[in-house]
Design a protein around this ligand. Structure first.
Ligand code: SAJ
Length: 445
């Protein structure tokens, strides 16, 4: 019955949580003809989606939201009962952060499951897309859903874990093209979920169990986190050795089995900084002690301060106290070409520069956040009269800055601290800038 409805695209879908994962998921199923209703606790988001607007910028789905809302295929509501009761498939896409003790915080997932369960009846397929620690689906989601719905998983409803694998900024493309991993409660749950995703996804669908899918998702982000930590430590080594990390990584990566990531001013976003903790927490409870992941955390978290130290070195080189400098920080978003500033390294860089007494102005083409610093509306406004440019985010437009124009606007002996290596160091130096690049070192380095 449900299988037929899925194949005919007659199944009604509810998506819980309209952040970058949920909204993209909702649009991806609406674009192939399913009727989708999004549920969110934030009234502004519900109003925005209901009126065909995208509350996330740079996600490339503006037009699709407008079109699917226009066709009546996409709606949004604050009410679980409106959303869940009339749906055949419910997809849960809520955040799973860590708390101040680096332990998983499953409160959003718990709230979502409780509200879904209270509005559930027989025959629905529940899919969890949120990233979760090992054991969460079996030990937390299943009992919650069963207890509050008075229904039995596998008998009265179907359940699968299908972790999201889409990067902010390219979410829809990655939703459609990336391989999906499906771990079902039983064979029927797995089959229904695979069939459902096939309707909207071009990538392969790989079948496994809950527990393996949970750990596989965390392994992806932890691998990237540790690899970036290696790249960051490597950048610091290269500064000591007087070689350019950018060139070294480029050459090393020509080996077919080497893929070193890129060093930077810090690792931000709502996934990479916390997913390694979701991975190790359940193992820790059983006595496991992490070495590599803990060490990676130390390296990655030291990067913002390293950028500030480059500024301090630069200020010594030009013989100016940092207290009397004006610093233009370019980029407050956590990564290139997105508007999200969650856990952005810009936050600690700006706060440390301010603590040292500098006057800080920020410019970001996408992100409104300025972390308490003055906010400029253009690069020119940010740079005018500045002593330093500090590049924190590798937005594409920062790769083609007109340095000769900027040079004229800045003070004498101006310094560039390039935390993302987006500037051509030779060009900068030839124009009279003092250039400090991460993994390259300073003027004399
Ligand atoms: N970064 C570096 N060097 C690099 C790559 C990234 O310093 O070589 C920094 C970025 O500047 C940023 C942070 O790492 O501050 C995270 O950026 P990201 O692009 O690595 O990751 P997210 O958080 O935007 O998305 C990740 C993705 N995971 C992987 O690539 C393995 C995405 O596919 C996941 O869907 C997403 O996490 C998620 O939601 O789990």
């Amino acid at each position: 019955m449900l299988l037929r409805k899925i194949r005919d695209r007659a199944a009604k879908i509810a998506v819980v949580g309209l952040g970058h994962v949920g909204l993209t998921t909702a649009v991806a199923f609406a674009r192939v003809g399913f009727m989708v209703i999004g549920i969110d606790v934030d009234e502004e988001i519900v109003i925005s989606v209901s009126t065909g607007k995208n509350h996330l910028s740079n996600s490339g789905i503006d037009e699709l939201i407008r079109a699917t809302v226009g066709k009546g295929l996409l709606k949004a509501t604050l009410s679980y009962s409106d959303g869940v009761r009339c749906s055949d498939v419910v997809i849960i896409c809520v955040p799973t952060p860590i708390n101040h003790k680096n332990k998983p915080d499953l409160s959003y997932l718990g709230d979502a499951c409780r509200n879904v369960a209270l509005n559930m009846d027989k025959g629905k397929l529940i899919i969890v897309e949120s990233t979760v620690p090992s054991g969460t689906i079996k030990g937390f989601v299943v009992p919650l859903l069963e207890k509050l719905s008075n229904l039995k998983c596998g008998l009265d409803f179907y359940l699968s874990y299908c972790p999201e694998r889409m990067a902010p900024g390219e979410a829809l493309k990655e939703f459609i093209e990336n391989t999906r991993i499906v771990g079902g409660y039983d064979e029927q749950s797995t089959q229904l979920t695979a069939e459902f995703f096939k309707a909207a996804v071009k990538g392969s669908i790989l079948i496994t169990d809950f527990a393996t899918a949970e750990v596989a998702k965390l392994a992806e982000n932890t691998f990237r986190y540790v690899n970036i930590a290696f790249a960051n430590e490597f950048a610091l080594i290269c500064e000591c050795l007087g070689v350019d990390v950018k060139e070294v990584i480029k050459l090393a990566n020509t080996h077919p089995r080497v893929n070193i990531h890129f060093p930077g001013s810090g690792v931000g976003g709502s996934c990479l900084p916390k997913d390694p903790y979701l991975l190790i927490h359940p193992a820790r409870v059983k006595g496991f002690k992490s070495f590599i992941i803990e060490a990676s955390r130390k390296v990655n978290e030291s990067m913002p301060l390293h950028v500030v130290n480059m500024v301090v070195k630069g200020s010594h080189e030009v013989g100016k106290s940092i207290k009397r400098t004006r610093i233009a920080v370019l980029g407050t978003a956590y990564k290139a070409d997105v508007d999200d500033s969650k856990f952005s390294p810009a936050e600690s860089i700006i706060s440390e520069l301010k603590r040292l007494g500098a006057s800080v102005v920020t410019y970001d083409p996408y992100c409104r956040e300025s972390f308490g610093a003055e906010k400029a509306e253009s690069i020119r406004d940010a740079i005018k009269g500045a002593d330093f440019i500090v590049i924190v985010t590798d937005h594409t437009i920062f790769r083609s800055l007109n340095l000769s124009e900027l040079r004229v606007l800045m003070k004498n002996k101006s310094v560039i601290v390039d935390g993302r290596r987006v500037i051509d160091s030779k060009e900068a130096k030839s124009l009279g800038f003092i250039y400090y690049g991460l993994g390259l070192g300073g003027e004399s380095g």
